[in-house]
Design a protein around this ligand. Structure first.
Ligand code: NI
Length: 148
């Protein structure tokens, strides 16, 4: 098996909070990411596809095609958006890198027809990265975002 990875970047705003928590609890748990009017990150997305190189092309997946898919299915939806408000697929979900990676998987996976989607890594900063490999996680809780 060979693993090929394509990177993409986008910038987006979010606010981490759980409307069922008190303001004090939200601040204690989410700290700077709880800032009332949100804040931005320069996200790095890495998508890895696993497969065998095609005997005719030598490609597991044509990375130009993967790049286009990532743009169409993910980046164009989230770049320069507020993730709490502007992206229907994320509506009501606490937009941590973990949860965003899970949602991105569900958006992209049906489109991967060469090889199979192996992982989605989402870096919120140089130091913080979430990786999802498609294991079952159940339905993500959705909250009414009435306070932001
Ligand atoms: Ni943040």
């Amino acid at each position: 098996m060979v693993y090929v990875t394509r990177k993409a970047h986008f910038s987006a705003a979010h606010r981490l909070f759980n409307p069922t928590f008190t303001d004090e609890a939200n601040e204690a748990i989410f700290d700077k990411c709880n800032n009332l009017h949100g804040h931005g990150h320069n996200y790095q997305l890495e998508v890895t596809v696993a497969g065998l190189p095609d005997p005719q092309t030598g490609y597991v997946i044509d990375l130009k095609r993967l790049a286009r898919l990532m743009d169409e299915v993910i980046v164009d939806k989230v770049d320069h958006k507020h993730l709490n408000h502007d992206v229907p697929e994320l509506r009501g979900i606490i937009p941590t890198a973990e949860n965003i990676a899970i949602v991105f998987w569900s958006l992209l996976e049906p489109h991967i027809t060469e090889g199979r989607l192996y992982s989605i890594r989402l870096a919120e900063s140089d130091n913080n990265v979430a990786e999802y490999r498609g294991e079952p996680v159940g339905a993500l809780p959705r909250f009414e975002h009435t306070r932001a």
